[in-house]
Write a protein that binds this ligand. Sequence first.
Ligand code: C2O
Length: 556
Amino acid sequence: MFMSWVQMLLFVSLLFPAWVESEIRHYNFTVVLKNTTRLCSTKPIVTVNGKFPGPTLYAREDDNVLVNVVNHVKHNVTIHWHGVRQLRTGWYDGPAYITQCPIQPGQNYLYNFTFTGQRGTLLWHAHISWLRSTMHGAIVILPKKGVPYPFPKPDKQKIIILGEWWKADTEAVVNEAIQTGLAPNVSDAHTINGYSGPVSICSSEGAYTLHVENSKTYLLRVINAALNDELFFKIAGHDLTVVEVDAAYVRPFKTDTLFLGPGQTTTALLTSDRGIGKYLIAISPFMDTVVAVDTLTGMGYLRYNNTHPLIPTTMTNIPPVNATSLTSVFYESLRSLNSKEYPAKVPLTVDHSLLFTIGVGINPCATCLNGSRAVAAINNVTFDMPTTAILEAHYYGINGVFTDDFPGKPLIPFDYTGTTTPLNLQTMNGSRVYRLAYNSTVELVIQGNSILAPESHPTHLHGFNFFAVGRGLGNYNPEKDRKKFNLVDPVERNTISVPTAGWTAIRFKADNPGVWFFHCHLEVHTTWGLKMAFLVENGEGPNESLPPPPSDLPQC
Ligand code: C2O
């Protein structure tokens, strides 16, 4: 008698229990329109499986995840697994025209990747145009079976997704901005798990409620899935102990305010020790410069079981919109665990020392409303989206899609954070990448500039975790600032804020062959061109090259 494949696996797993510890997890993501009512009006939104926020992807470290994405809307779509390392699986990373052509209406694509060396909270989101405003959800990577958390085991876990809601269709919002050259309209509300709570324009709007039992420990997995706003997160009467960010454990620290840029995640422990009552959960925007922002506070509630329905809500003070010091305190509290089990493998030597100045400027535009348009750039290059995926062009050697001359330093140095802007405001265009040899090490100083207005930029690197080794205000000074870098236990993450009129230094090892997008995670800045890509070459050894693309890779 022959054993079936499944029987065989079962048989082998009995002999070698450890061998099958990791699992294959299948998910179906069907992209559909769904009529949704928020802020007292109804509009169709693009969703995954009709849900907003979308479904949660659960897995354990080392699990293989297969997500079949089927597109039933009229838009092209792709999905990005934000923060997933995608070791040698760059074909499944998701940014449109960088690693893949979009999944066209009526088509599907099977994303296939494994969680390696990561545990914690991440997010998935659409990675084309502004569709991620309604197409996003949580990724939860649990530790391997039998491996404990490096912190007290929580009794319960909760996912808290922060977002932004526009009453208008977000694709119309961004298209209008592209046509006029003006800044897009700011959102109409901030949401917690899809709800803003009552606001002036809709006093009957629902609110998210976190139901808790007294004397328990809750693990809150907080995700900023907003498009354009960095957010503060607070719960009245309760401190939070941060234990992990961007799916990397951190040295635990207590705080009453979390700070997250779009794309960032923060996992924190909450002890329900108030016995009874209803406590405000507040999310509010951070903006410490002259740029317009949606200033509405999103509200939810933490409610103890057996609390009387009429009990008044315990309030908390909302951080001022320009609370720069709160953001610095939060960032400076973040440290890697750097333990025996979870060492911080900071690159100690540097092969490529790069300086990227990032910011927003104005280019002439004959067809635009004011004869000019807002643009954003890295080292004065505004990225042009190609019409073929760069990864495919690289893999097949197709000419004319990209060039590999992205400048590693500003071509014309200037007083980046000064008040007198240089005259050469007009940026260059191009689909330029920066080439890295396999396993080379990179130190990248991301320097905010003040060309139009200085602004805080949450910048995201695909395909890698990096170490945030330094941070400062003003212009980066290599002689002075480099000496102060933390090369021992810097926080490891995939998205980091560059402070307003300041800089952030990161280090990473280019151990993942492929093409990896780097951009500001404020969607408005990505739209304007604040993006580029690193091209990491194959190594020589086995398992050091990018495998061929899957047969169902979408065509442009
Ligand atoms: Cu979360 Cu390139 O994005």
